[in-house]
Design a protein around this ligand. Structure first.
Ligand code: DGL
Length: 262
């Protein structure tokens, strides 16, 4: 089965890992969380590209047949450079503006993402392609990444923090909200509770998992002898990754967690 490298600034990319693993339960995964440098949201594209390069090299040298940049901010900053520099296929994240634009009934869609994603040309081009048909309102999910990294997913403080960024989108009339950061799906229960059942949230992770399956199939990789399992590595302390990994509802039978500076 294939070896798949996945990276994020921290534990957020585990929302993408969860979907890929459901589709490819027999694959081997190398997941790298760059906790020592988390959050990426306000860091420069150059810095983020340097981190993505080092982490991708590590995963590919460890046998990865494909790399998933499970981070919208890092994808916007670096995926074209990475595709030029490495020969394995790369799959990235992008805010799911298209399905939101097709699904909205109110004609207003909301996008929650980091500052880095919202100002990247990759996102701005996608947004502009749909802005004749729908109104797009945006907000940084301020403090969301920190909540997830601290495992604070349902306290009164978490609710207040989430509400401060979500409410302006709801007040603008958005009935469909794009989760443009891989950390945010872990806050979905609180978001849905604040917004009510009529509001639809879109997480691109299932579409990314389908894309990974397609790419592995097309590139003909996928059937080496490596044992299935997950190596979780972090540039910081192990507790955040361990906490979120243990919350995932996919079987985590064969895995290891360790700190590794890169
Ligand atoms: N999970 C990331 C994203 O999808 C990065 C969040 C951050 O580190 O600021 O954008």
């Amino acid at each position: 089965m294939a070896v798949i490298g996945i990276m994020d600034s921290g534990s957020g990319g585990l929302s993408v890992y969860r979907e890929i693993r459901r589709s490819l339960p027999e694959a081997r995964f190398i997941y790298y969380a760059d906790n020592a440098n988390c959050p990426y949201g306000e860091k420069s594209p150059e810095f983020i590209t340097g981190r993505c390069r080092a982490i991708s090299r590590f995963c590919i040298e460890g046998g990865a047949d494909a790399m998933v940049i499970a981070c919208n901010t890092a994808t916007a900053a670096s995926i074209s450079t990475l595709r030029q520099e490495f020969s394995v296929p790369f799959v990235g994240m992008e805010p799911a503006v298209k399905p939101a634009a097709l699904g909205t009934r109110s004609g207003v869609i909301g996008v929650l993402a980091t500052a880095g994603t919202l100002k990247a040309s990759k996102y701005l081009n996608t947004r502009d392609a749909y802005s004749d048909d729908v109104t797009v309102v945006e907000h940084i999910g301020k403090g969301f990444v920190e909540l997830v990294e601290n495992g604070d997913l349902c306290s009164p403080h978490a609710r207040e923090t989430v509400s401060a960024s979500l409410t302006p989108l709801l007040e603008a009339g958005a009935d469909t909200i794009v989760l443009g950061c891989t950390h945010y799906p872990f806050l979905l229960p609180i978001m849905q509770d604040i917004a009510g059942e009529d509001i639809q949230f879109i997480d691109p992770a299932p579409a990314v998992a389908r894309q990974v399956c397609k790419i592995l199939d097309l590139s003909g990789t996928g059937y080496s002898d490596s044992y299935p399992g997950t190596d979780l590595l972090t540039s910081g302390p192990e507790d955040s990754v361990r906490r979120i990994f243990n919350m995932l509802d996919c079987p985590g039978d064969r895995y290891s967690i360790s700190s590794k500076a890169l």
